[in-house]
Design a binder for this molecule. Structure first.
Ligand code: ZN
Length: 696
């Protein structure tokens, strides 16, 4: 599970100092035009395009690592990017075809690059890279191009190598017909993940996890037959394959992503680099777990993956850590198949002290959860909670890395062995630093008191929310005996419900005086500021991520909406949270924090019950009623107010680049560089890490 930052949570530090100051008298050097407040200081934001701002992050103290550690990081970094192509193909069967076309044009177009049409084309490309494909990563909708269809002809015909993808087609004509449908036909493969009422969520989704002839019923039947409900340690069926159907015989089978199977060309590069990394590991546990991961990539056996996950959980000492595999299932309409992702990291020793306090007290939190005792863990498994700084991200984790992660996702593994939970210091700090100029809080908070509290406690509260969400949120609770796997029973409602559960645990404990006793906060005002921001976000600001007339599709967003709306409704009688409209602007104001806390507890109890019992009907009712629908009038108002602030709704990141220096074929040093151009980095990756065929 992963946890993103929501834009408005990050914009709490309101110092009206311009992050990017352009000095008029400093014209001798182009580069110096972009400077931070103090000379030599790292600058976090580089540009803004469409609905995105582009941020950078630093790797603290990289220079002070030993050569051995740098080499280990370097090969893990290479293994991460080796899998980059996979996620494009998983997202949509023609993404690589389109990506290669776009890359060829960007690299080799001979026409005028200064004309307006070309700028519009470039913006489309950036949006494409921001979502790893043609469907928006948050809304799931196909991106709409601003440039003209005729201009696209010109682009292709004036880019010498743009005919490269054409090799997969009979002739140029056939290629043009398809590629134009992909870009310009709004109806063609319009959504990545269908979730509308009455839709066949498999047949109508453009994701490439299922053969396009398959239906929801066929997929469901296939796994119902395969899965033994009494199995206490089930593998995550379908996690590493595409489900296919043989048109002749009608038989359904899995095409496994492995060395020698689907995506083999990328996977063999991953394996090659993991093997090289083995020469520089920190300890025996780390070596063994990497060997196991290699075995998994070679066999595709999901039991091997579980064995690997156990070894990974139990390796708690390594300072350098990484995830590389098919992990999160949010992009599968039925939550089964894992998107490729990789994240390479170094432990943040200082911040880890905070997460360790929470982890050490996991039993206190578990015992005090406001849920049915039968669904509490008698012995809270020691979640390994750390703070990390990431060195690089790839696949599904890039270019928008999460700020927290809790893995593995397998429920029985989590119950028996616990999980590793991390918050990501350098990404969170980058969000905060880059948000010094905004105005969101002042716009959406009702009272000065609320604004002040928000500004004062943003960093403490934000970090703590992520920590608690991951460590004692996802890490808590247990299933009823006989309920094997709630992902199977709750289907597409599992992810939003699980995110809501984790958020509710964090929210519930935010007003617990125990936090002061443990030294995690100095005052419960931190909790109040988190409550304020939760409603502002859930009811108002997160709506800026939804296109006009749309509904909420993303799991974390559905969770926030569900919780806010539910609490408002249940607390209406007592006026716990008041909806105020002043000068045509809507605000949600908490009048009774203690009652709100109790309502968070009530909802948590119900959601834990649903998860523990696998109660599909109740899950469906809750999410459909509170989590998806948007009040269109309010939505329009929020879009209008947000528009006046001129802020991007999403962030994408440029990764640092590791450059190895060789002498006589041996690495003698690894340097880190911080590129400043998002699109250039995408093209660099495209050149260096393209391993898969155009159509797989
Ligand atoms: Zn989560």
């Amino acid at each position: 599970m992963k946890f993103w930052i929501m834009k408005n949570k990050t914009i709490l530090f309101m110092a009206l100092i311009s992050l990017i100051s352009i000095s008029a008298c400093n014209s001798e050097n182009e580069k110096q035009l972009i400077t931070t407040n103090e000379p030599g200081e790292f600058f976090y934001q580089t540009e803004q395009f469409a609905e995105y701002r582009v941020l950078r992050y630093q790797i603290p103290d990289f220079e002070n690592l030993s050569l051995k550690e740098k080499k280990l990081l370097f090969y893990l970094y290479e293994a991460a990017h080796a899998g980059r192509d996979i996620v494009f193909d998983q997202n949509y069967q023609y993404n690589l075809l389109l990506r290669k076309t776009l890359e060829e044009i960007l690299n080799n177009y001979k026409g005028n690059k200064n004309e307006e049409q070309f700028h519009k084309f470039t913006e489309y490309c950036k949006r494409f890279f921001a979502s790893n494909g043609i469907h928006h990563s948050y809304t799931s909708q196909k991106l709409k191009p601003d440039f003209l269809e005729n201009f696209f002809n010109e682009l292709v015909l004036n880019s010498p190598n743009a005919s490269y993808p054409v090799n997969d087609f009979e002739n140029l004509e056939e290629y043009f017909v398809l590629i134009k449908k992909i870009i310009f036909d709004e109806q063609f493969d319009a959504v990545k993940i269908a979730s509308g009422v009455g839709q066949d969520i498999i047949a109508e989704s453009a994701t490439n996890f299922y053969h396009r002839d398959l239906t929801y019923k066929q997929v469901n039947d296939f796994y119902s037959n395969r899965i033994d409900k009494n199995e206490s340690r089930p593998v995550m069926h379908g996690l590493n394959s595409k489900l296919m159907i043989d048109k002749q015989t009608g038989s359904i089978y899995e095409e496994v992503w492995k060395y020698g199977g689907m995506y083999s060309d990328a996977i063999s590069e991953i394996v090659k680099n993991l093997n090289l990394a083995l020469n520089y590991t920190e300890n025996d546990k780390q070596s063994k777990s990497i060997q196991k991961l290699i075995e998994f990539y070679k066999t595709g056996n999901l039991k091997t993956f579980d064995e690997y996950s156990i070894m990974w959980i139990l390796d708690k000492d390594s300072k350098i850590d990484f995830v590389n595999g098919f992990i999160e299932v949010y992009d599968d309409p039925v939550g089964r198949r894992g998107a490729f992702q990789s994240m390479v990291s170094i432990r943040d020793e200082e911040a880890s002290k905070r997460t360790e306090i929470i982890s050490r007290n996991a039993q206190y939190f578990e015992d005090n959860l406001p849920i049915n005792t039968a669904y509490k863990r008698e012995k809270a498994v020691g979640t390994d909670a750390k703070a990390i700084n990431i060195v690089t991200v790839s696949g599904d984790n890039s270019p928008a890395p999460p700020i927290g992660v809790n893995l593995p996702n397998s429920n029985w593994l989590r119950t028996e062995f616990g999980s590793k939970s991390v918050t990501i210091t350098n990404i969170y700090d980058s969000h905060l630093e880059a948000s010094k100029t905004s105005g969101v809080i002042d716009e959406f908070a009702f009272t000065d008191e609320e604004v002040e509290r928000a500004k004062k406690y943003a960093r403490t509260g934000g970090n703590l929310h992520t920590d608690m969400h991951e460590i004692i949120g996802h890490g808590s609770g247990r299933l009823k005996k006989g309920v094997a796997d709630p992902t199977t029973s709750l289907k597409n409602y599992y992810s939003p419900l699980e995110e809501a559960r984790a958020d509710l645990v964090a929210l519930y404990f935010f007003m617990d005086p125990m936090l002061i006793e443990l030294g995690l906060v100095e005052t419960l005002e931190v909790g109040k500021s988190q409550y304020d921001s939760y409603f502002r976000n859930g009811m108002l600001t997160q709506l800026v991520r939804i296109p006009r007339g749309g509904s909420i599709q993303q799991a974390h967003m559905q969770a926030r909406k569900l919780i806010s709306e539910w609490v408002i409704e249940k607390g209406r009688k007592d006026k716990c949270v008041e909806k105020i409209i002043k000068n045509g602007k809507t605000y949600f104001v908490i009048r009774d924090y203690e009652k709100v806390r109790m309502l968070f507890g009530d909802l948590l109890r119900e959601i834990q019950r649903i998860k523990s019992e696998g109660d599909y009907k109740a899950a469906k009712d809750l999410i459909e009623k509170f989590g998806i629908k948007v009040d269109s009038e309010l939505h329009n108002e929020v879009l209008y107010r947000w528009g006046k602030l001129n802020i991007a709704a999403y962030s994408v990141f440029i990764n640092p680049q590791l450059i190895a220096e060789y002498k006589d074929g041996e690495i003698i040093d690894v340097k880190v560089e911080y590129p400043v151009n998002f699109l250039e980095q995408m093209l660099y990756y495209g050149k260096k890490y393209s391993f898969l065929p155009t159509i797989n």
